[in-house]
Design a protein around this ligand. Sequence first.
Ligand SMILES: [Zn+2]
Length: 425
Amino acid sequence: MGGIHLHPHDILDEGPAAIMKLVGKMGRIRYLLPEANTIFERNPYPAGILPHNPVHDVVQGTGTFHLSLDTRKLCPRLYQATDSSVEDGRDSLGLLLEAAKGTPYSVVPWVNLLNGHFEGDLHHNGVVDFRGNPVEHWLCPNGRDVVEMWTNVLLAASERYGCTTFLLDRIRFPDWAGKQVNPAGLFSCFCDRCRSKMVRLGLEPDPLRAELDGVVRMLGEKQFDEAVARITDSAAVQAWIRFKQDSVSSFIESLTASLRLRNPSIVCWLDLWPPSYAWILGQDYARLTKHSPALKHFPYHKLGGGADVQGLIEYFASERDDREQAFLAFMRLFGMDYRISYEQFKQHGFPIEFVGVENDKVRSLSQPGTYIFSGIQMWNLSPDELVLAIDEADRSAADDVLYYCYGWADPELFDAVGTRMADEK
Ligand SMILES: [Zn+2]
């Protein structure tokens, strides 16, 4: 049985009854995944309007916390800004849970752990890039108070709302996307605690910085193949990638252990990047799936697998030929073997087989028995394209699908899923 992501504005603006009516058309949906705290994402992304929201055309995420809990009381040294809707007494998760009583739906809150509007001691908890600049709105998995904060918040959420399963998202180092493309965000983290940890692991931060500087210089000089070779061949860069993965895995290990100690019934699912990209952001499927019975990842083929591919290519290359070269180098770095040009990518995204290829990689990298949800892009595409993506996921090694997302999807897409599922019976 599949699931679908909801944003707080869906519940507050449309109401749970309208949501269940549309979602009910899809068939085979068991899980509703309401977002507990937003990121800085335009809804819908990157353009367009919310097609069935009666209140807002567009909602800009502000990285705020939407549950009726005071995160500052729960962890005074590190906490998240509370959304103004909560201060007005509106509780999106509470409304949804009340409405879901007695229905077949299970509610799994979806929580963004390391990206948002956090406050408190950011010096000991925030990400710093390789040039020593703070990366705005990102917490470091090695941050001093991050495990304590999320332990306390998730325990309190479970107590207040009765939920025991949570989908943990944004458990990684930053990528290059943001308000503006920022490749330096990817080359993190060099906070005090990360630098000390690097030294303990035998990785010297200063020579590593010089190596990453070299990669950036090559990209700036449009030596894309050389930059990829440096990332692939440099012992220091490869050790840094292992350091990132160890940092994220250790964070999840500490968090799940401290939750288990205080409430053994809490279960954490993980929301990960497609495996072609996950490694460079610190996500090690084999180690992470030792601590989670289920995961979702998002092989949204039309959107480059969730990565801002176009933003990165056009940041470094303005001429047509350079862009083609940069795109080839990009695909080689991330182990992709699609015979498409950059121009074709811009128009259509990756070919549909991206969905199956990434799902099969997830299966082979994850611990045996991991329940794998293939994320399915449910906006900015036609009903036929949506059904093709479901078919591709169905043929792959994934167990089921999670749709992203309710509020951005045209009404006709709910019907298309319903018809597709009815055909399968
Ligand atoms: Zn750090």
